[in-house]
Design a protein around this ligand. Structure first.
Ligand code: GA4
Length: 332
């Protein structure tokens, strides 16, 4: 495990939240991608939780460790250096402020689009060689994780018995795919460590992801929680060798509500840094997001008014993190 060196905690103020509601669920759905039952288990997990954990994912450990180490070096730079990659409007380095509408969290991050030319990406003013290592690690990791995203999306189509097999994955392999990559660093929150407070600090507030699918890998620090249908929060035990997969709002619509986008959040930790890397697979901007006809059950209709990914994204950027973004697009 890579330990983040001395985070500059003065860059943060503590963000308070109500009392903790931590429950541990023994059975986060676990999918072994090398097993023949993967497709049916994925469908079940997407229907029940909108969330599952994946092993035998095929992303080389070397690509993961390299990016983790480069990200750790980046977040250890002085604030003035990191800010050279910002502000995040929408892409770049961000600190505490999430999105354009007043959300805050105990987090700093680097947000990137995956179809930009990383060769010209200015990340800081550290040596060109160091920046090149970071860029290469980003490119290698994103390529590997996108391959896994496609494999999972193809298994979903198979599990749902829909043709063609690449009906979902073609949206993220499209040259115009509007996918995003995010590195989140949650420094330890000294206030939490000091008074053994029973309060939570929000690292990243509750939300669903607007895209099709999100693939998250973190170091061994806890913090991620998912919300169950009954509104309770479940802590997800960290596992640095696995990936956690979220169904996004767009996939909920494509499946006419059969798959549910999962509400999730991250709580800050009193002692340990958390570092997560998330790939958000999104469709091209002009793509129409509507239920696949074969997924509209006999006698039923689409639950949503048709919209393009551009329209959804525009509306998402006008919302607060915790808002129910799909609500505006539901048919009454
Ligand atoms: C949530 C998922 C991704 O992290 C993200 C986030 C984006 C941002 O951080 O800029 C948003 C958030 C996310 C949804 C609502 C808007 C936009 C912050 C925010 C308040 C990059 C994304 O695509 O949507």
């Amino acid at each position: 495990m890579v330990v983040l060196s001395k985070p500059n905690t003065e860059q943060y103020s503590c963000i308070r939240n109500s009392k903790p509601t931590t429950t541990f669920l023994s059975s986060i759905p676990l999918i072994d991608l090398s097993k023949p039952d993967a497709k049916s288990l994925i469908v079940k997990a997407c229907e029940e939780f909108g969330f599952f954990k994946v092993v035998n994912h095929g992303v080389p450990m070397e690509a993961i460790s390299k990016l983790e180490s480069e990200a750790t070096k980046f977040f250890s730079l002085p604030l003035s250096e990191k800010e050279k990659a910002g502000p995040p409007n929408p892409f770049g380095y961000g600190n505490k402020h999430i999105g354009p509408n007043g959300d805050v969290g105990w987090v700093e991050y680097l947000l990137l689009t995956t179809n930009q030319d990383y060769n010209s990406l200015q990340l800081s003013s550290v040596s060109e060689k160091a920046q090149e290592n970071f860029r290469q690690a980003l490119k290698d990791y994103i390529l590997a994780v996108r391959k896994m995203a496609c494999e999972i999306l193809d298994l979903m189509a198979e599990g749902l018995n829909i043709q063609p097999r690449n009906v979902f994955s073609k949206l993220v392999t499209d040259k115009q795919s509007d996918s995003v990559f995010r590195l989140n660093h949650y420094p330890p929150c000294p206030e939490l460590a000091m008074n053994g407070s029973s309060e939570n600090r929000i690292g990243f507030g509750e939300h669903t992801d607007p895209q099709i699918i999100s693939l998250l890998r973190s170091n061994n620090t806890c913090g991620l929680q998912i919300s169950l249908r009954d509104g309770s929060w479940i802590s997800v035990p960290p596992d640095q060798t696995s990936f956690f997969i979220n169904v996004g709002d767009s996939l909920q619509v494509l499946t006419n509500g059969r798959f549910k986008s999962v509400k999730h959040r991250v709580l800050a930790n009193g002692f340990k840094s958390r570092l997560s890397m998330i790939y958000f697979g999104g469709p091209p901007l002009n793509h129409k997001i509507a239920p696949l006809p074969s997924l509209i059950l006999k006698g039923k209709e689409s639950l949503y008014n048709e919209f393009t990914w551009f329209e959804y994204k525009k509306s998402a950027y006008g919302s607060r993190l915790a808002d129910n973004r799909l609500g505006h697009f539901e048919r009454i």
